[in-house]
Write a protein that binds this ligand. Structure first.
Ligand SMILES: Cc1cc2nc3c(=O)[nH]c(=O)nc-3n(C[C@H](O)[C@H](O)[C@H](O)COP(=O)(O)O)c2cc1C
Length: 425
């Protein structure tokens, strides 16, 4: 079988088989690269792992060979008749270095080619992703800062690391994002190679995601089916495009916090409104992808409502404040800057009175936001799944369809439109 033919992923779906090089630097996070390799092979891709000699201090060659199903070498003098030191880079569709150590990035910047991985970096013409992992002091050192900036200037993608537990008892910025997150970003680049420009540096963006839960008593709530995946994808990508992002997260499908994003966890619509209103001050854009309950129970019982004589026949509801309308009003009042871009989401179904887009256009006019992201829901679409499609409706009358793809792809289209809305001095 040719490497370019479709292949079956572990879930049975057909994928275009790509050639992926996973480079592994000599850091403690090398163990996480095993999960990354597995995600690529399970998705049906052909994977070559190229560790450095130092990486093999952390994970054995046999592990990488077994997970990738391919031989593993570290030096330029292995596999000489096949000229592996140039061929692997030339043929790759994507190179992902995880972990990228301080030393490995310095060697990449210097253009060294004294092992198979750095030689591969010099010959690769496909997207190259570095996922740095190191102690905070190393990450913040002027040499590393310069190396990261240089790699980005040359067109490589250097993923923002997460903050959190480092080796030993230390915590701080420099932690490698979880393999699943690196896989998500890398997969997006296979869908859309130009999806991660650094065009949002210096921007502050607030994103809401997930569903709200309106309590009825200590054990019951009114909720909805939003998984939060679309909003998390937007927050993750905005941070990786350089923005300072606050994610106001309601109930989700147990999603991990995206790397380099400040996450504020809330439960109810009122908590979400308060958090959004607090963080939107000074923001350049606010993207309301959360599924916020329109109503909440008028009273919350302090103890569980029991079956029997006291059981209510009906549950009175009261309307929650509309956060999107509140944001538009706050911009009119001057509570938030007039330049703040406001983006709403509409999950619509067609009915006897009109199609999805008809309802969405009415909603855009009613809400007064700058951009409405429209999803057709129902029939297994949009909620809980990993793919999406839809439309972008602008207040200026522009309309564009977003092609079907991953929620990351949709996030990248939304952020392109948001970048166009923000005022750049
Ligand atoms: C236990 C241990 C953990 C290490 N973890 C890291 C790390 O997370 N990040 C880093 O940049 N260097 C780390 N280092 C230092 C690198 O191993 C060292 O700089 C090495 O030369 C990197 O080689 P490379 O260029 O092949 O990645 C660690 C060293 C040791 C002994």
């Amino acid at each position: 079988m040719s490497d370019r033919e479709p292949d079956s992923a572990a879930d049975g779906s057909q994928v275009a088989r790509k050639r992926i090089v996973v480079g592994v630097g000599g850091g403690i996070a090398a163990y996480k690269s095993c999960a990354l390799v597995r995600s690529f092979t399970e998705s049906g891709h052909s994977v070559r792992v190229i560790p450095t000699e130092a990486a093999l201090q952390f994970v054995g060659r046999a592990t990488f060979e077994a997970l990738s199903g391919n031989p593993v070498q570290t030096g330029v003098f292995a596999d000489v008749p096949e000229v592996a030191h140039v061929r692997l880079g030339q043929e790759a569709d994507l190179v992902v270095i995880a972990p990228a150590t301080a030393d490995l990035m310095a060697r990449a910047v210097a253009g060294r080619a004294d092992d198979l991985l750095t030689a591969t970096l010099l010959t690769a013409r496909c997207p190259v992703v570095f996922a740095p992992a190191m102690h905070t002091e190393m990450w913040e050192h002027a040499a590393t800062v310069w190396n990261v900036a240089t790699l980005r200037e040359r067109g490589s993608i250097v993923i923002e690391p997460a903050s959190g537990r480092l080796t030993g008892k230390d915590t701080g910025a420099g932690r490698m994002p979880e393999p699943e997150e690196i896989f998500t970003l890398a997969s997006l680049l296979l869908e859309r190679p130009a999806a991660l420009p650094r065009d949002l540096e210096g921007r502050r963006i607030v994103v809401s995601a997930g569903g709200t839960r309106e309590p009825l008593d200590p054990v019951r709530f009114l909720g909805n089916r939003s998984s939060g995946k679309q909003g998390y994808a937007i927050a993750r990508l905005a941070a990786q495009r350089g923005a300072q992002v606050t994610l106001v997260a309601g109930a989700t499908a147990e999603l991990g916090d995206p790397a380099a994003v400040d996450v504020v966890h809330v439960r109810t619509a009122e908590q979400m409104r308060e958090a959004v209103m607090k963080h939107v001050i000074d923001a350049d854009a606010v993207i309301m992808s959360a599924a916020v309950a329109d109503f909440r129970p008028a009273t919350v019982a302090t103890s569980k409502i029991k079956k029997g004589a006291d059981e209510p026949d009906t549950i009175p509801l009261v309307r929650n404040e509309d956060i999107l309308a509140g944001l538009v009003q706050a911009r009119r009042d001057g509570t938030i800057a007039p330049s703040t871009a406001i983006v709403g989401f509409a999950a619509e179904t067609g009915d006897a009175t009109g199609g999805v887009l008809d309802h969405a256009r009415t909603k855009l006019a009613r809400k007064g936001c700058d951009l409405l992201v429209v999803n057709a829901v129902g029939d297994g679409k949009a909620f809980e799944v990993d793919h999406n499609d839809g439309w972008l409706l602008g207040a200026d009358g522009t309309e564009s369809a977003i092609e079907p793809g991953s929620k990351s792809l949709m996030a990248s289209r939304v952020l392109d439109a948001v970048a166009g809305l923000m005022v750049f001095e």
